[in-house]
Ligand binder design. Structure first.
Ligand code: PGA
Length: 250
């Protein structure tokens, strides 16, 4: 694993965007696995700037997103489809038909999940998977205790995740209780993983994920077994890793 320690959120975002840009430039038809949440927003902004400056094209890029709330329409402002459109897709030259987000309104969630697994396979697998991490070590909506062998599936969100996501909704009752998510197995099959983490409140989760035991109780800990992981964090989020003596690049 390579760890890049950035001075602050802006520098973390630039570094993450540079890594994604390098992937896009060296393989213009890459399959990018994309993530939502607060942490990647700055990296997406930087990618949009690179596109507008003429340094990057997404014309041949295909994308698959990690997850989507179950029960939310793609037009709902808190849906992850809406997030991707407003933070990235609407501002770059990616072809709409090449962007894939699970359908939160699918009548048959099991069928939607099976189709998504097939789609990822048909695209040739994920070249670079971007990930954030929850305070409980979740990646996508793979919550503590979930099986590492799962592919895309329907999950019931934990109270902690619902609590963390309440900030995006008017009321806690409005936060969906279920989601469709890629499983750990889909994520682990990606050729490269790029995780972004920011803020002191993530330091404990980062430490447990990368210095602790590999355990289902900390889903991100499975990444210790992936051969190509890059972790980009600001110094607050990485503070406990650094204290533990993990080597970091500047
Ligand atoms: P955040 O979410 O980037 O909004 O902190 C990360 C996650 O829950 O995966």
């Amino acid at each position: 694993m390579r760890v890049y320690c950035a001075e602050n959120y802006a520098a973390m975002s630039r570094r993450a965007a540079n890594i994604i840009s390098a992937q896009v430039i060296t393989k213009p038809d890459s399959v990018l696995g994309l993530a939502t949440g607060g942490t990647p927003v700055g990296a997406y902004q930087r990618l949009v700037e690179c596109y507008k400056e003429g340094d990057l094209s997404f014309a041949e890029i295909r994308s698959v997103n990690l997850d989507e709330y179950y029960g939310l329409s793609p037009r709902h402002e808190q849906s992850y489809r809406y997030f991707m459109q407003s933070n990235l897709f609407d501002h770059i030259d990616i072809k709409p038909e090449n962007t894939h987000v699970l359908n939160g309104l699918a009548k048959d969630p099991a069928e939607e999940c099976a189709k998504y697994n097939q789609l990822i396979e048909d695209l040739g697998g994920i070249d670079l998977q971007l990930l954030g991490m929850g305070h409980n070590g979740h990646i996508a909506f793979n919550e503590p205790g979930d099986d590492f062998g799962l592919e895309t599936h329907l999950v019931t969100l934990t109270e902690r995740t619902i609590e963390a996501n309440t900030r995006f909704f008017e009321r806690k009752e409005d936060v969906p209780r279920q989601a469709l998510t890629m499983g750990i197995k889909n994520i682990m099959r990606a050729r490269r993983i790029l995780m972004v983490v920011s803020g002191a409140d993530k330091a404990e989760a980062v430490y447990k994920a990368f210095c602790g035991r590999v355990t289902k109780e900390v889903p991100a800990s499975i990444l210790q077994l992936h051969p190509d992981v890059t972790l980009v964090g600001d110094k607050e989020a990485l503070s406990k890793l650094i204290e533990a003596g993990v080597a970091v690049c500047g």
